[in-house]
Design a protein around this ligand. Structure first.
Ligand code: F3S
Length: 755
């Protein structure tokens, strides 16, 4: 489906030369991750070796993928760049805005009714700027990408954390914020801290009830939710090559749950089989010609301790099925008796209300076929379902093929709900309760990736456990969290004791994939005549107006808020119900900093308006200052802006008139996002100066007209009693970032350069 074979061939044409150059500068054999990174340098062939975990490097990704929630602001920004087309192949996938309630057809229709303006906007912008558009119901972004676009040795970025799923097909695929995607769409480089490398050697072979999911559940147990931070996890060994391509995708997908930059596998026969089965023989043929560059050098896997920063070994033959949770994906329990004890000790409900199979993690044909083999046994052995069962196929191609092959029919005979090919319960788009906050304590088991509180159904009392699709199916039949299908018997409708046989399934559909309408819309060749319509009265979408430059004369500014303690991007721009306004900067700005604790009074969303002495919410106070033409500043503590790369956390304060954010230290991505929006992100030279800033201060920048790389700035804080403190602040702006500030934003500069 419109995969770009010319682009892929170009990548392969230069891979040998680039890998050789990288081997020369590093003076050592290379891991797969290094080969992909070094062959995607923005400046072409490597001239220097980079320090892992330290150097920031410019890359040139091959592709971009965006989902409907994050694409809105990304595309609104891209429209400001003055470009006719995106600079690299890009796709948009409508999968997050579809609620699961009664079943696929009705749910899809109701999503069309409630979100049609967003879908229409995304479709028309895609058409205009040469972006491939996947309609609502076409599938979940990462499954669709794996089926259509991922290719061994490629580099991709995507505006979703589980973009990393494409590592299953040998990519380096990384989740980014919208601002990064916009840069690459506009033809700019993409910057990343050169990752550290973790090697996972898989020996033995999966069998019986053990699935690829159990590999990543085990890795999560070993590394914990933070263990992969700033690292690429590379899987290798006989256990890796013996696994299906979509199974590898599952493992890479949940690399996000251990905080890894991404995960990947070397090119092998399972990937070739998958490429051919998904009608990409051309890609497989091209990959075969350069296959030695699409995996690590042999010395690396022979001697991994020497080349990776950390090595883990897992024997798949000894691995058993696991259940991870509740509330965190790294809390592993082996099925059966250990779960009985743990659940009792921790008061986890042993009765399981729902089993859910799907999400971008586990919704392949293989996943559905293995789970259906358990469902079929339940029918054959006269077992009655003790929990409800829900299925979200990963794509229309998977759904259509699974329906043709009778797989969905098996689930339906057990009264399972077949939801839309979309994220649904995985992202809280599940109308399970009318009042989730007051819903009862219960347990569910699912084959998704994330299981923190409220993720699936908004109910803080839902204990969600993560398992393979086949184990999820078996537990759903049994209705027991501590059911061990390897040893436990179940009583059937005739009162007989029966046991499940091991699950079986197909890696790929024996009769091939089939689909009538995959749900893809190719953009028109010349999009110049395409109209993008956004209603001025829309509450969900708003065209952006370029930010005016702040200028070098900031005088008489007021303190909007001095944030106390932790202030993450969630404190700055909350998610939850606010997701609805992601495409409307003015409306979503009503959540600006409402989660931050004000150092004066230690309350959230309660700050003083110096113009009238009244106290009120942060957004309203900021709007009052803005209306009066008074610039504002935000002061913060350590690691300000940590969390996600959400660009709204920088755009909202900018929109509300904040000119500078002065903190003890920044999370780097947020600092860069502030720079991109043409604001000042500054750090105290002396951290103790944080304490000198008072609620009633008036703030004057003394030397902003001499703003230059490596030079501190001086800011005068005039206190209510007339006394003053002059505070020195550092910044990390380079020459081009100072240009962003002078032009009002990075996008303003790009537009000017394109004019
Ligand atoms: Fe969607 Fe859940 Fe994946 S929200 S993209 S299915 S993590």
């Amino acid at each position: 489906m419109a995969f770009d074979i010319d682009m892929i061939k170009k990548v392969y044409a230069q891979v040998a030369e680039r890998v050789d150059a990288a081997r020369e500068v590093t003076g050592k054999p290379l891991t797969l991750a290094e080969k992909i990174l070094y062959s995607h340098l923005w400046d072409g062939k490597s001239k220097e070796a980079f320090t892992r975990g330290k150097d920031y490097v410019d890359f040139a990704p091959d592709r971009i993928a965006c989902q409907d929630a994050t694409a809105q602001m990304a595309l609104l920004q891209f429209m400001q760049a003055g470009k006719k087309k995106v600079a690299v192949p890009t796709t948009v996938h409508c999968d997050h805005l579809i609620q699961a309630k009664v079943g696929a057809d009705k749910d899809l229709q109701s999503a069309m009714n409630t979100s049609s303006e967003v879908f229409n906007f995304l479709e028309s912008v895609s058409d205009k700027y040469g972006i491939g558009f996947w309609k609502p119901g076409a599938g979940i972004i990462h499954q669709v990408v794996l089926e259509n676009y991922a290719f061994p040795g490629g580099m991709m970025i995507g505006t979703d954390s589980h973009t990393v799923n494409a590592g299953g097909l040998g990519m380096v695929a990384i989740g980014v914020g919208g601002a990064d995607a916009v840069d690459v769409m506009a033809g700019m480089a993409w910057e990343l801290k050169f990752p550290k490398l973790i090697g996972v050697k898989l020996t033995g072979k999966l069998s019986g009830w053990t699935a690829p999911k159990d590999v990543i559940l085990k890795v999560a147990e070993i590394l914990t939710v933070k263990g992969g931070t700033d690292a690429i996890v590379e899987y290798f060994g006989p256990g890796a090559t013996s696994m299906s391509c979509t199974g590898k995708g599952t493992i890479c997908n949940m690399g996000a749950e251990i905080g890894a930059t991404t995960s990947t596998f070397g090119y092998d026969e399972s990937m070739e089989r998958y490429l051919r089965a998904t009608e990409r023989a051309e890609v497989a043929d091209a990959a075969n010609k350069v296959k030695e560059h699409l995996t690590a050098d042999p010395e690396v896997y022979a001697n991994p301790e020497q080349y990776f920063d950390q090595v883990i070994e897992i024997n798949l033959s000894e691995l058993g099925p696991l259940l991870n949770g509740p509330f965190t994906p790294d809390l592993s329990t082996e099925v059966g008796t250990s779960m009985t004890e743990k659940a009792k000790a921790n008061d986890w409900p042993l009765q399981v209300e729902w089993g859910l199979i799907g999400s971008c993690t586990n919704s392949s044909y293989e996943d559905l076929s293995r789970a259906s083999s358990i469902a079929q046994q339940a029918l054959d052995k006269g077992l009655k379902m003790k929990s409800e069962l829900g299925i979200n196929p990963g794509s229309e191609q998977v759904r259509y093929t699974a329906e043709r092959d009778g797989i969905l029919g098996i689930f339906e005979k057990l009264d399972a709900k077949i939801f839309t090919n979309a994220c649904g319960p995985c992202i809280g788009q599940w109308a399970r309760y009318s009042d989730p906050k007051n819903a009862p304590k219960n347990s569910i088991v699912h084959s998704f990736n994330r299981n923190f509180a409220k993720r699936a159904d908004g109910n803080p009392n839902t204990h969600a456990f993560v398992a393979s699709p086949e184990l999820t199916a078996a537990i759903a039949v049994s209705g027991r969290l501590d059911f061990n299908p390897l040893t436990d018997k179940l009583l059937n409708e005739d009162g007989q004791e029966v046991m499940f046989d091991e699950p079986t399934g197909w890696e790929l559909p024996p009769k091939g994939f089939e689909v009538e309408d995959a749900g893809y819309l190719a953009p028109v060749e010349d999009g110049s005549g395409v109209q993008v319509n956004v209603s001025p009265t829309s509450e969900r979408l708003q065209l952006l107006t370029p930010f005016e430059p702040i200028g070098d004369e900031i005088k008489g500014a007021k303190l909007l808020i001095k944030a106390f303690g932790k202030c993450t991007t969630d404190h700055i721009s909350m998610a939850g119900p606010w997701l609805r306004y992601r495409g409307h900067l003015d409306n979503i700005s009503n959540n600006c900093l409402i989660g931050a604790v004000n150092a004066f009074g230690k309350k959230t969303n309660f700050v003083k308006n110096q113009l009238d002495g009244e106290f009120g919410g942060v957004p309203d106070t900021a709007r009052a200052y803005k209306a009066a033409g008074v610039p504002t500043i935000v002061v913060g503590d350590h690691n300000y802006g940590e969390g996600s790369s959400r660009e709204h956390a920088a755009m909202e304060p900018r929109h509300l008139g904040v000119v500078a954010v002065i903190v003890k230290s920044f999370a780097r991505i947020h600092e860069t996002n502030l720079k991109k929006q043409g604001m000042l992100g500054l750090t105290f030279v002396n951290e103790a100066d944080y304490d000198k800033i008072k609620e009633d201060d008036t703030i004057n920048f003394l030397d902003l007209n001499a703003f230059a790389p490596g030079k501190t700035l001086s800011i005068e804080f005039v206190h209510a009693d007339g006394s003053k403190d002059v505070i020195e602040v550092n910044h990390t702006y380079n020459d081009s970032q100072i240009e962003w500030f002078k032009e009002g934003s990075a996008l303003n500069l790009i537009k000017k350069q394109n004019a």
